[in-house]
Design a protein around this ligand. Structure first.
Ligand code: KMH
Ligand code: ZN
Length: 270
């Protein structure tokens, strides 16, 4: 089994300080949190930028500041979001790719997202994939529903995605696929056998899905984007606290934690 890659999704686009007082918002806060997560065992930081008012932004300059601030602290893999918030335009969502990051997310279809719709038409998906291919950015294929795996395989046929693919099963988003263990097992059974995968369990699904992923040979994403609690009724003190718990569970199980360079090898990153 490969070493475990832990991704920390430290900010997201939906969570507010009212909901999670320790949410990092400014580039400096995000970079500091990234560094703490790295020390706790994370090798990838999934980033959503926020503006001065704490609102989600896909602006190139904010992502640039965050990337540089993280790089000044450690060599963790910077993975900006091309998903943004549900209300961001396609053009806004494209902006972080101009930084030529090692990795970026690629949402592979449309789904309900709470009370909103997260729109990813075939045209969007193809254009994101094309841009990532052109810039040699490793896509993390975000899967919210089963049909999105099929969409990704269509992109392989069109030579817009190059295997081996890397999937992130985002399970438990209200309005999309729930995060029962059976959902994860089913999704994993439908991807090509040479793929790698991680799981982001939303809310109460985070911990049970992470524990199963550790045992199944997958990888794990945690962080305030997905879950603001450490346990029922107790909010997490930091993203690093959530990362540390996963690292401890994996070690107890006998699975080592990947460093950023080991994660680069496992994921075939340039
Ligand atoms: N905030 C969601 C609407 C991604 O980062 O690529 C989309 C999202 C996916 O978080
Ligand atoms: Zn995200």
């Amino acid at each position: 089994m490969d070493k475990l890659i832990i991704t920390a999704a430290v900010t997201g686009a939906e969570v507010t300080r009212d909901l999670q007082p320790n949410l990092p918002l400014t580039p400096e806060e995000i970079a500091e949190e990234a560094y703490n997560c790295y020390k706790a065992g994370a090798s990838i930081i999934h980033v959503h930028a926020r503006d001065e008012e704490g609102k989600p932004t896909q602006d190139y300059e904010y992502y640039k500041k965050i990337k540089e601030a993280i790089e000044n602290r450690c060599n963790v893999i910077f993975q900006p979001s091309t998903g943004g918030a549900t209300w961001h335009s396609f053009e806004e969502r494209m902006q972080p790719l101009r930084l030529n990051p090692e990795m970026a997310t690629l949402s592979a279809g449309t789904s309900n997202f709470g009370d909103d719709i997260f729109i990813n038409t075939n045209e969007y998906i193809e254009k994101f994939a094309e841009e990532m291919l052109k810039r040699n950015v490793k896509p993390e294929i975000e899967v919210f529903e089963r049909g999105m795996i099929k969409n990704a395989l269509t992109l392989v046929k069109k030579a817009l995605l190059k295997p081996p693919l890397h999937f992130d099963f985002v399970l438990g988003v209200p309005g999309a696929c729930p995060g029962e263990i059976e959902d994860l097992v089913y999704m994993v059974s439908k991807i090509p056998s040479d793929s790698t995968w991680t799981v982001a369990g939303i809310g109460r699904y985070e911990l049970p899905l992470a524990m199963h992923a550790i045992a199944m040979g997958g990888h794990v994403r945690v962080g305030f984007e997905d879950n603001i609690y450490f346990k029922k009724g107790e909010k997490a003190k930091s993203n690093a606290q959530l990362v540390e718990r996963i690292a401890n569970l994996a070690k107890e199980y006998g699975r080592d934690i990947a460093t950023p360079d080991e994660a680069r090898k496992i994921l075939n990153i340039r």
